[in-house]
Design a protein around this ligand. Sequence first.
Ligand code: BGC
Length: 530
Amino acid sequence: MAGGAVVSGSGVGANAPKSKLAGILMVSFAAFGGILFGYDTGTIAGITAMKDWLRLMGKPTDDLVTHPTGYMITSSQQSLVTSILSAGTFFGALLGSPLADRFGRRGGIFIACLVFCFGVAMQTGCHTFAVFVVGRVFAGLGVGIVSTCIPMYLSECSPKWIRGAVVSGYQWAITIGLLLASVINNATQHRDDHSSWRIPTAVQLVWAFILSAGMLYLPESPRFLVMKGRHEEAAKGLGRLTSLPADDPEVQLELHDIQAALKEEQDLGESSYLDCFRPSHNKLMFRTLTGIFIQGWQQLTGINFIFYYGTSFFQNSGIKDPFLISVATNIVNVFTTIPGMWGVERFGRRTLLIWGAAWMCMCEFLVAIIGVTISVQNQSGQKALVALVCLYIAGFASTWGPIAWVITGEIFPLNVRAKAMSLSVASNWLWNFGIGYATPYLVNTGPGNAGLGVKVFFLWGSTCLCCVIFAFFCVPETKGLSLEQIDLLYQNTTPLTAAKYRRELLANDIHVGDVSGKVHTDDKASDEKV
Ligand code: BGC
């Protein structure tokens, strides 16, 4: 192993849960950025169904059955205004990397808020469809940058023993944002003037303001500062995050670890986008592909089928009020994320990913089987389907929802973290767009459509089965390890053999520089096969 200071298991408990509450609460605040993500993705469907918005942006129609407000936009306009956000978020996620590496993780978040506010202001003040769409692109860019920078900041600043829960807080904020969007849309939808859609749109400025104002008080990520050679500032920042003086041995130990791991990577010269795909000793290619796929599989669980198209699906169940339906699914989503935040530190990432996907797979196959068996008139059967879908959402919210972000935030080495993370997050948005776009064609009947209806759950059940297999073969357990120890884990083991090595890292408090290339030769041998 090249370079690296020897900062061995001194047992100072660099991350022991002593009086760290202040630092943890401080970092956790950044998770608030998830509200921007959740609210913005959740609000558009409601806004584009509002009468005043349609009157201003669309045209009158006599078809009151399909368009009860008496106004409409064309299907291509509908798909443009919904999917254009994904285009913005995709490119925003990619942009997150150069911004986070150039201006810092905090700087990236500030820039995201600015771009986002510009887009929201355009949407709020506009009178034409074209300007609204351009506003969506800018808001999307902001959300995309946030979705790369926030999990990165959270992972880099949280103590290792609670990092999973803190990053899961970001997912929790996403779910709260989705819920707020559905509640606020409902509160304003019956107003007969521009305020019906301008209020829910403009409210987003408040989220961006709270996030950027709060970030002013938070320190920059110490890992970013080390990368830039600003070691003193990094020590101060680490000190603030751990409520210790900068020269405390505990702070110095962690700092050494970060420096040693970075030096090792820099000695190997790994830092371009191409390097993210290099099958190096550090398994960069495997790690990058794991990030890209875990985000893709998270979307392929089918969760956004429920959040984008669930309303019409549930209406068959006899629950006629679409608002009640969306609030119910969102409430389940918010509250069942909480056990996930606890479980990720109690049971670990890998275990929850495997069992969560198995649970979702079971629920989705049951929905599909019952759905094709019973008639639409069978109200109790339809209600059972609703219950099963809620159980499915609970499975997602407590496992794959948060943990996809946790894994993406922690499996990459510092030198390429921003790049590999941005590629992974961009994959989330790409799949999000693809699934959102394809679903109506898959589900609806009529020419050009596959007409799957409830049978689409066979598809989501099968993809969840693939999620089980993916998690089993590709995701090692990283619970409790520092980001630098995760580097060691990848270098010396495979996901299937990682458990034993992880226990040793924890038991002996092994740090970067302790480990000779000879350790765990058995694991290394099998490692070559990955
Ligand atoms: C996903 C979103 C999804 C949300 C639901 C997020 O982790 O990336 O696509 O809408 O969870 O809670």
